[in-house]
Design a binder for this molecule. Structure first.
Ligand SMILES: [Zn+2]
Length: 296
């Protein structure tokens, strides 16, 4: 994806990792073989490996330039992190910051970091290791986190919540990638809906995590909706009731997915999910009681 222009705003995609993840039958709760067979030809080999049938996925961040702001949306898995619950994203040594710089963004240029939600693969580059300590990667940024997730995932609040779906897979992220930001007073904890800046709005999309939020970018009559992990894969456009196995609240996740897909369709927006491979963005149309993808 080249830089994407949304009105006068510019969106740059910065890739951290791409590869094969789980096959759909393992990734999606509610997976159904017949529904898969029906949707599979619409999705194509850019999104599913034809040999292994594993989904193709990315860890990627987006830099949004709008109204004089430079916003980094989601921060991937990060380097050097201990990740016993998901070794695929542990101890990484990717050139993410070099790629960010090559796109024109030294860390000091980022003035705002927004996490769509707090999960191990969305917060990693919030911090880097310096002299044995996790320190903010973007020293001039305000970090915008969903307040509900900051409450939910803090291990110090564990006794306040019942067992979490993502407890094991997300082990460690809060203390190395969120708490250092909170402790330095760089975080703004928010509750959506919220007009963050002119042309930048956060909307609630809870379910995958309690505080999951989408970011809507509007400029000069055009619109993009960054949907985070409201859906992980184009198969879920055709099967919006399929949750990932990482969704905390199944019914809320399904409701948020249908509501968000409906918004993307009705508002004629470009949908930019966190993990789509292929062309990384799509448009959505309503079809009967469901949805279909355009431009995969
Ligand atoms: Zn994710």
């Amino acid at each position: 994806m080249q830089a994407l222009h949304i009105g006068d705003a510019v969106v740059h995609r910065i890739e951290e990792w791409s590869g094969l993840f789980l096959p759909p039958r393992q990734l999606f709760a509610g997976y159904d073989e017949a529904a898969y067979a029906s949707a599979r030809p619409q999705v194509g080999d850019d999104y599913i490996d034809p040999d292994s049938t594993a989904i193709k996925a990315c860890l990627q961040s987006f830099v949004i330039e709008t109204g004089g702001r430079t916003i980094l949306l989601d921060t991937g898995a990060g380097n050097d992190k201990e990740r016993p619950g998901i070794p695929l994203f542990g101890k990484l040594k990717t050139p993410f910051l070099q790629r960010l710089a090559a796109a024109g963004f030294a860390p000091g240029r980022i003035d705002t970091v927004v996490c769509t939600h707090l999960h191990v693969d969305h917060v990693g580059w919030n911090t880097i290791l310096a002299d044995g300590e996790w320190v903010p990667t973007f020293p001039n940024a305000q970090y915008v986190f969903p307040a509900a997730d900051a409450m939910y995932w803090d291990p110090r609040n564990r006794s306040r919540f019942s067992a979490k779906v993502g407890e094991a897979v997300n082990e460690g992220f809060f203390d190395d990638s969120v708490r250092p930001i909170l402790q330095r007073g760089l975080a703004r904890l928010v509750d959506a809906p919220l007009q963050l800046f002119e042309g930048v709005r956060l909307d609630p999309a809870g379910g995958h995590t309690p505080g999951s939020q989408t970011l809507t970018l509007e400029s000069a009559g055009e619109r993009a909706i960054f949907v985070g992990d409201v859906l992980h894969h184009p198969l879920q456009i055709y099967n919006p009731d399929w949750n990932s196995i990482f969704c905390e609240d199944a019914q809320s996740a399904r409701d948020s997915r249908r509501r968000t897909l409906g918004r993307v369709a009705d508002e004629r927006a470009v949908m930019i999910p966190a993990h789509f491979a292929g062309r990384h963005v799509a448009r959505v149309e309503r079809a009967g009681g469901g949805f279909l993808a355009v431009g995969l």
